[in-house]
Design a protein around this ligand. Sequence first.
Ligand SMILES: Nc1ncnc2c1ncn2[C@@H]1O[C@H](COP(=O)(O)OP(=O)(O)OP(=O)(O)O)[C@@H](O)[C@H]1O
Ligand SMILES: [Mg+2]
Length: 386
Amino acid sequence: MSTAAMEFRSFTPSIGPGLASGADARGNYWKQTVQEGRDHPFKQIVGNSASLESVLDQVEQVASTDSTVLIEGETGTGKELIAHAIHNASQRCRRAFIKLNCAAIPLDLLESELFGHEKGAFTGAIARKIGRFEIADKGTLFLDEVSDIPAALQPKLLRVLQEQEFERLGSGHTHQVDVRLVAATNRDLAKMIARSQFRSDLYYRLNVFPIVLPPLRDRREDIPALVTHFVKMFNRRMGKQVDSIPPETMAAFQWHSWPGNIRELQNLVERAVILSQDSVLPNPLPKKRMGPFILSVDRPQAFQSWRTLENSDRGLIVETLERVGWVVGGPRGAAAKLGLKRTTLLAKMRRLGISRPIPQQEADMGGMMPEGIKPEMAASHGFNGF
Ligand SMILES: Nc1ncnc2c1ncn2[C@@H]1O[C@H](COP(=O)(O)OP(=O)(O)OP(=O)(O)O)[C@@H](O)[C@H]1O
Ligand SMILES: [Mg+2]
């Protein structure tokens, strides 16, 4: 059966705005065709909840300007997808979209990544390097995890945002650039300012147009469309023909709390498609976990403990690490499961203060790691796949 002709037998949810055609009440045609459109900016964004609609409205409003956008939201809510949409909907869409994950680059290399360096600027600078600001000239620079920009670099970033000018490391020559900045964070920058970890002037410069992405648990009406979308995607990728989603599987998806948001949903659908037999999508969620989540529907306050971004990140990371026996890297490690680079996950763990609990045997011996070995490094000496 071709994917296009595929019909979901026992559960046929509306698959978002993608299958509708024509304009909506407000004459907005773009969003009506989100899955069909080949060239428009929102083609990969699935869902038609009011909160996602509001986000897409904001994207439309800001895209055509050159203003800086700050995208906030928990891990896996689609910040990078929205950053792409802003670029694709802007007049810069035919120019470069350059991404830099500030958490994934060692702090001492970040400055040269952003601004470039001249040959001999520092030990090891054997050739001239062009920085991301220069590469992104006339296009868009997406600074992911912008909260990880070290304090010493923040004034330089502020300057280039205000003046659109900078110098490569080791050079006195000032370069002018025309770069639109989109930044993303899953941390509360206002709190970081209160703790003097982030400069308020840079925050106000970044926060010209904030877009807050709602967590998936607050837009559950998008879940059927997302599940269907990902089933089709993995059918295509794996050459499978899953065409039936039993109501109990969809119910399990609907009531899970999704601390890892859409990325977690995507990974679970992938697992379910792999496990599927007879074209039926099994429920990949552990049965025992459904009870509390179903209960929490009646008691929405049960979600409150996950409410802060940091808590939900921490919860998801620790849960994933525990599931994989604290293996961080490699195909079976937590980084792969979370869809993150190993270095990004390590940076997040450091930032959130997550380290492997001391094994009982070591705790009995006084809980000491060998000197000079951090808990996460210790893992590489034996029981962890770093
Ligand atoms: N509305 C959506 N429709 C379809 N796919 C989505 C949607 N939102 C997110 N995704 C998918 O979910 C995954 C995670 O999205 P993305 O990487 O943009 O999240 P993020 O907020 O940047 O996460 P992190 O903070 O961990 O970097 C991606 O594969 C993305 O394509
Ligand atoms: Mg991201």
